[in-house]
Design a protein around this ligand. Structure first.
Ligand code: SF4
Length: 248
């Protein structure tokens, strides 16, 4: 792929992004990440959920210094935080943890409507300041609502969004994990194929959609991080948010 000016996205019209996305359908995840790194690094980050470290494994092989963002809502499972530490040490990550301050009454209890917006979306907004692009490990097979996910697109901020694993199947992921000995969240083996915050995540039965255990009993299917799949309401600003940055 031709070398282009880095960090400028002026040439990436919606049509150009759609064309790239179509061309990337037959590219490897490593090739897609390499394109993104060549174009945008260091003004690109990778948003990680710590369900598994497949995209991290692919990305650090291309650029070991790529910034990996993890949003610590304060409501993660213990297993997720342990996976974060394991992955950080395994890869020596340039890790940035966005931290939500402690609330006397947890947000998911006191303000469940705005909890995701405040604890997740607002933190991502902060993490993306100064960036022109970001990557995520979302895949089409995770849910019906994600089946049209593009490999490259523009988000509502105008940033380029790259989903190098968009067309990977569950079997592709399992095979990569086995072949590369990739760290996974132990909850994956306990019926949690999609892992969010503990108050809003339940295990699923074999054959059920991976994300069907998220926000059970609610109409909600997305937290708002991947805004191409939903319109989320404006949320209240929480000025007291703090951030902790770890660089190893
Ligand atoms: S998933 Fe639940 S606990 Fe986590 S930020 Fe969203 S509403 Fe809050």
């Amino acid at each position: 792929m031709a070398l282009l000016d880095t960090r400028s996205t002026d040439d990436l019209t919606d049509e150009a992004l759609a064309d790239l996305s179509a061309r990337f359908e037959t590219a490897s995840a490593g090739e897609i990440v390499a394109w993104a790194v060549e174009r945008f690094h260091p003004q690109i980050c990778l948003a990680a959920s710590m369900t598994d470290a497949v995209l991290i494994d692919v990305a650090v092989a291309v650029e070991p210094a790529i910034e990996v963002v993890f949003i610590d809502t304060g409501y993660h499972f213990t297993e997720t935080m342990e996976t974060l530490e394991k992955v950080r040490r395994r890869y020596g990550l340039n890790l940035r943890i966005m931290t939500v301050p402690h609330y006397q009454v947890p947000l998911w209890q006191s303000d469940p409507v705005n909890c995701c917006s405040a604890a997740k979306v607002f933190q991502l907004e902060r993490a993306l300041v100064g960036k022109v692009a970001w990557m995520s490990g979302l895949r089409r097979q995770e849910s019906d609502t994600r089946r049209e996910a593009a490999i490259v697109s523009r988000d509502r901020r105008g940033l380029v969004k790259v989903n190098p694993l968009a067309n990977w199947s569950d079997l592709d992921v399992e095979g990569y994990i086995a072949d590369h000995d990739v760290p996974v969240n132990p909850l994956l083996l306990k019926g949690y194929p999609s892992i969010g915050c503990w108050p809003c995540t339940r295990p699923v039965r074999p054959g059920e959609e991976a994300r069907s255990g998220r926000w059970v009993g609610q109409a909600k299917t997305e937290c708002g991080l991947h805004d191409e799949f939903e319109q989320h309401d404006e949320f209240e600003q929480h000025d007291e948010f703090e951030q902790e940055e770890l660089h190893s």
